[in-house]
Design a protein around this ligand. Structure first.
Ligand code: ZN
Length: 490
């Protein structure tokens, strides 16, 4: 049965991600049905007074990993990405299907509390995805009331198989231990994905499947071709970590004789459904290649800073015509799911790259990247701005909060100052999911209790793996340092 129309009256509304106007928002069947002069509106609508609210579209997270929600605090503060992949692998090795769902629900709670209404989740299940695990994550977002692309993060090569020469840097017995690690064959992984997507457990209007080949170096060429083909036949968004570190480009040159993006182009993986996460070390030619294919990049400044990966060339990519979104990355490398913080860094970090304001990422650009820009990476249509016919994914900010006192330029003050502290209500697809400082769709206290129990169990069961991972990470670190020192930056 259609729900009753809602009319939000008296607020200041960011219209078309362009300007604030004093209009009423009519919400019908999950959409913004109309923006009306204040005082107008159908008599039978439920009227809601939002006179003290700034209303903006929900933020969209272009790149995250829900499994990180159960890995908080497990990543040493001196880890680079490669040290993280080797030294913190234990965090994901002892997880049940219930743990995958729990992690996604925990992640959804933080996303909603920080103003995010949709996300691209590359969740991992080891050694490979299962139908039950993939469906558990999909159900988590469905129950949370969020929009999400649920993409199993998949690989058929371990880190030790992926990086040419790495295994030779190890001595026995550690060499034997890391050489013995393996992942499923790519055909088996693809068969699971196709079965999971074909029997999708929830309506696809909010939560839909995607593909997440983790890092090109970690996937065989045939595997990447198969991912590109399935993305094309089923219209699935596909995302991979692209040039996140300089090490990845150094290894690509050695392994493929070309750049990472050039390699993906040769394999036919680039398309308008393709997005790369990070893109820190993309060359100008790679930006042009991405733009030619209508592909995108999710800018993830928080984890790029945390792991010392660098600062992505956002202005150069934008000028080349690459579609851009903003993401947080995982809660164990960012170290949270705060899209306000990620959006602010998208604007301010560009100012550390050049003293010329003409090349900075403006407040308006950062806001559009973090809303409709990311939504395009998720393959979502008419999500990420407030306009008639667009999704009723709305954030209601307290206009009396200190960030907005005095209030001169709401968009500047939101992008440059908001942390989520002034967020009072969140609506997704016309349904309130946060109000009165409470998530309305999930039991947060119960989730916290289960998270503590799960973390204690995972930590206790992972002791041996953890010792091995930590020893391996030292070898990986010195190998990566030597490789990068021997190969100047491109
Ligand atoms: Zn990531």
């Amino acid at each position: 049965m259609p729900s009753r129309d809602m009319l939000f009256e008296g607020g200041r509304v960011l219209v078309d991600n362009d300007r604030f106007e004093a209009v009423s928002i009519l919400v019908r069947d999950g959409l913004v049905a109309a923006l009306l002069p204040q005082g107008d509106g159908p008599d039978d609508a439920e009227r809601v007074d939002v006179a003290d609210r700034l209303i903006v579209p929900g933020l969209v997270n272009g790149h995250t990993h829900s499994h990180g929600a159960l890995g908080r605090g497990g990543v040493s503060d001196d880890f680079t990405l490669e040290a993280f992949l080797s030294g913190a692998a234990w965090l994901n090795t002892q997880r049940s299907v219930d743990d995958l769902r729990l992690a996604a629900e925990l992640s959804a709670v933080e996303l909603i509390r920080k103003g995010c209404t949709a996300c691209f989740d590359l969740f991992v299940e080891l050694p490979g995805p299962t139908v039950a695990g993939t469906h558990a994550v999909a159900r988590a977002y469905h129950n949370a009331g969020m929009r999400a692309v649920v993409a199993p993060m998949i690989a058929d090569k371990t880190l030790y198989q992926a990086l040419p020469g790495l295994l030779d840097a190890f001595k026995p017995p550690l060499r034997d231990a890391v050489a013995a690690l393996s992942l499923p064959a790519w055909r088996d992984i693809m068969a699971v994905c196709e079965e999971a997507f074909g029997s999708w457990p929830v309506p696809r209007d909010r939560v839909r499947p995607g593909l997440g080949p983790t890092i090109p170096l970690h996937c065989s060429d045939d595997f990447l071709r198969a991912c590109g083909a399935l993305s094309a036949t089923d219209g699935l968004p596909l995302q991979t970590h692209l040039a996140e570190t300089r090490m990845q480009q150094v290894m690509a040159a050695r392994k493929y004789g070309t750049t990472l993006t050039g390699h993906l182009d040769r394999l036919g993986v680039l398309s308008g459904r393709f997005s790369g996460a990070h893109g820190v070390w993309l060359s100008g030619a790679e930006g042009d290649l991405l733009a030619q294919h209508g592909a995108g990049i999710s800018h993830n400044p928080l984890s790029n800073l945390r792991l010392g990966s660098g600062i992505a060339p956002v202005r150069r990519l934008a000028d080349a015509g690459v579609r851009l979104g903003v993401g947080t990355d995982a809660s164990n490398t960012s170290d949270g799911q705060n899209m306000f913080e990620a959006m602010r860094l998208a604007a301010t970090l560009s100012r550390a790259q050049t003293a010329d304001p003409a090349d900075w990422v403006t407040v308006t650009e950062a806001f559009r990247m973090a809303t409709e820009g990311s939504a395009a990476l998720l393959g979502l249509d008419r999500v990420g701005r407030i306009a008639p016919g667009w999704a009723a994914d709305l954030l209601f900010l307290d206009a009396g909060y200190c960030h907005y006192t005095p209030l001169r330029n709401p968009l500047d003050q939101i992008v440059l100052a908001e942390t989520g502290a002034a967020l009072r209500e969140v609506m997704i697809a016309g349904r309130l999911v946060l109000a009165g400082d409470r998530i309305l769709t999930l039991d947060e206290a119960e989730l916290s209790r289960r998270a503590r129990d799960a973390a204690a169990r995972i930590d206790a069961a992972s002791l041996d793996v953890r010792v091995m991972n930590e020893a391996a990470s030292h070898v990986v670190r010195s190998f990566c340092r030597a490789q990068c020192a021997a190969h100047p930056a491109p």
